[in-house]
Design a binder for this molecule. Structure first.
Ligand code: GLP
Length: 241
């Protein structure tokens, strides 16, 4: 495990975008596993700058997003489809056909999970999976539980997750109760995983995840088993190491 500490967010964003850019330069048709939430926003901004400066392009790249809310229209400003358009895809040259995000509005959600898994099977392996971290240790929307699911599945969101994400909605009752998420098995199959954590409110959970027991009650702790895990922490999140 390679844990890197950054004194400020700008340096962290530059380093994370640099890691992604390095991969794209070496392998233009890389498969990127993308995350949403507040954590990666600055990384995407830094990545767009590298694209605008023509250091990288996305013409041959392929992306798979981790998750999507169930029941939010794609056009809703808090859908992860809308998030990805706003923060990345509208500003780079990745072909629409190379972008994959689970459809949380599919009439048959189980069929949608299978469809997403077969697309993932086709590319065999994600080259670089970016992850943020939930306050309860969730990655993607893999919530703490007695067991975890390997493939894409529907999950009922924990109350604490809905509360944490309520800041993006007008009220808590507008936060969806369910989501569709890539499973832990798919995440752990990625060649490289980049876990990014910011803020004092996540200092304990990231410390527990990376130094405590490996338990499905803290899904991020399973990352300890990954052979190629890079962790980027800002000063506040890294305070307990
Ligand atoms: C969300 C997402 C995760 C994200 C996490 C942290 O619910 N499903 O992919 O990593 O929670 O979000 P944030 O970066 O906004 O703290």
């Amino acid at each position: 495990m390679d844990i890197r500490f950054f004194p400020n967010n700008e340096l962290l964003n530059t380093a994370a975008a640099g890691l992604i850019a390095h991969l794209l330069q070496a392998k233009p048709n890389a498969v990127l596993g993308l995350a949403t939430g507040g954590t990666p926003v600055g990384i995407y901004e830094a990545l767009i700058k590298l694209y605008e400066q023509q250091h990288i392009h996305f013409r041959e790249a392929i992306s798979f997003n981790l998750d999507e809310y169930v029941g939010l229209p794609e056009t809703h400003d808090q859908s992860y489809h809308a998030y990805m358009q706003q923060h990345l895809f509208s500003q780079i040259d990745m072909p629409e056909t190379s972008i994959h995000i689970p459809n949380g509005n599919a009439a048959d959600l189980q069929a949608e999970c299978s469809r997403y898994d077969s697309l993932l099977d086709k590319v065999k392996q994600i080259d670089l999976q970016i992850l943020g971290l939930g306050h309860n240790g969730h990655i993607g929307f893999n919530e703490p539980d007695a067991g975890l699911v390997g493939g894409t599945h529907i999950v009922e969101l924990k109350e604490e997750t809905r509360l944490a994400n309520a800041r993006y909605f007008d009220s808590l009752d507008q936060v969806p109760t369910h989501a569709i998420t890539m499973g832990i098995g798919t995440i752990l199959k990625a060649k490289t995983i980049l876990l990014v954590v910011r803020g004092a409110d996540k200092a304990k959970i990231v410390h527990d995840a990376l130094t405590g027991p490996i338990t499905t009650e803290n899904p991020a702790s399973l990352l300890q088993t990954h052979p190629n895990l890079v962790v980027m922490l800002d000063a506040e999140a890294g305070v307990l190491f």
